[in-house]
Each structure stands twice: as C-alpha cells, then as structure tokens.
Design a protein around this ligand. Structure first.
Ligand code: NAP
Length: 200
C-alpha cells in the first residue's frame, strides 16, 4: 500500500522550511514519496500579487531535484481557474487508488481554515492532513476537536524548527536588499537573481 505526501503551497519562493517539512513528513509518516504541488491560482489569494506560476514551479523543481523521494507535480499549474485542493486530491486518488494513503501537507494556519475550502467534507474523506507548525505555535488538541469534531483524528501536527523561515520574509529581504543566503537553496537564489524576481 502506497503512502504519498502531497505538499501543497504557493511556494513564492520555496525555501528550506518547506524542504525540511517535506523531509520530516517523509520520515515521520513513513511515506513512499512527497509530491510538491505548487498552486496555480491559490483560491484565497485572488487579486493579490503573486509571482507567475511558471517561475514558482521552476523554483520548486530546482529546490527538490537533488532528493530522490521528492517529485514536483504541475497539475495545479497546468489547470486553469482557482487551484482547489479537492480537485488535486481527487486526481491523485484516481492515480493511486483507494488503498493508498494520501497525506496533504501544508502550513497549520492554512489547515485550520480548511473547513472553508471547497468540498471540505469530501476532502476529509479522501485524505489526511499534516499541519506543519513552527516551535512555540501553541495548538491544543481541544481546539482541533472544536474545529474538526469527530474528524480531528485526520489532522496530524508536525513541528518544524526550520519553519522560522518564511516566504514573506524572503520577499521583504529581497526588496530591501538584505541577504537571503542559507534560507533557500543556492539554485533557487541563482534563478531569482537571473530572472530578477522580487525586486521592485
Ligand atoms: P498560505 O496561506 O500562504 O500560508 C499559510 C502558512 O503556511 C504560511 O506561514 C506559509 O509559509 C505556510 N506554508 C504554506 N505551505 C506550506 C507547506 N507546504 N509546508 C509548510 N508550511 C507551509 O498558504 P498557501 O501556501 O497559499 O496554501 C497552502 C495550501 O492550501 C495550498 O496547497 C493551497 O492550494 C491550499 N488551499 C486550498 C484552498 C481550497 O482548496 N479552497 C484554500 C486555501 C488554501 P510560507 O509563506 O513560508 O510558505
């Protein structure tokens, strides 16, 4: 029985916090692989300025290329319209069958709002969730039960110290001309510099 991690995110840009999260989830949840799924058009960011899907996809490919159990899917990048998680998880369910374990991995802040996502009931039937948090991010099991009720057992938490790194901080550093080295892979930094991303 396959156990697949689906690493969902905008990845604007992808950084070591994401990579450490995926690696830790791979190990801790005994996954066969982790598939990074950069969003095409994140539904909750309509009207907000984000980097083009092609650049975010390319940066994710460059960041993950050295890890044999990481893959990148262009499923959301190739799909027009809002990138709903339900469409993605259904596609992976079709690909891997109903016996496979599917684990949608993303930031805890996003998962806490998951009941507002499209078809969240169906989503909770189709996969489990791994909510990545940074240390000190207090999340009591009472709160999870309050939000998810009897489905709270579908939400797992993963504390990742490297999530002190954030895409927002990296974008601000680039805008201000502050250093970003060691926050994300050199190949991604080179791509950002080559294309001239995040500079005003
Ligand atoms: P976000 O709201 O930008 O991020 C929330 C927090 O989670 C941020 O601190 C972010 O840090 C962190 N984060 C995001 N992805 C992560 C990951 N894979 N691992 C660890 N931390 C992560 O979230 P987003 O990236 O736009 O969306 C997260 C996922 O939820 C995406 O797959 C998106 O498609 C999905 N989503 C679906 C729906 C829907 O189906 N209706 C609605 C909302 C979100 P960084 O900024 O550093 O990444």
């Amino acid at each position: 029985m396959k156990r697949i991690g689906l690493m969902g995110g905008t990845f604007d840009p992808v950084h070591y916090g994401h990579l450490v999260t995926a690696e830790q989830a791979y190990y801790q949840f005994d996954l066969d692989k982790v598939v990074f799924v950069p969003s095409g058009q994140p539904p909750h960011k309509m009207g907000k300025q984000i980097t083009s899907r092609e650049h975010r996809y390319m940066m994710t490919v460059l960041a993950t290329t050295s890890n044999p159990h990481f893959e990148v899917s262009s499923i959301e990048v190739d799909r027009s319209g809002p990138s709903y998680a339900i469409d993605t998880v259904r596609a992976f369910r079709d690909r891997y069958g109903y016996d496979a374990g599917l684990y949608f991995i993303t930031g805890a802040d996003a998962i806490l709002e998951m009941l507002e996502w499209k078809d969240s009931d169906a989503l909770l039937e189709l996969c489990e969730f791994i909510a990545a948090t940074r240390p000190g991010y207090a999340l009591h099991s009472d709160r999870i039960e309050q939000i998810f009720g009897h489905r709270a057992n579908k939400i797992h938490f993963l504390e990742v110290p490297a999530l002190a790194i954030s895409s927002t901080d990296i974008r601000e550093r680039l805008k201000d001309g502050r250093p970003i080295r060691y926050l994300l892979p050199d190949m991604v930094i080179n791509y950002i510099e080559l294309v001239g991303l995040y500079r005003e």
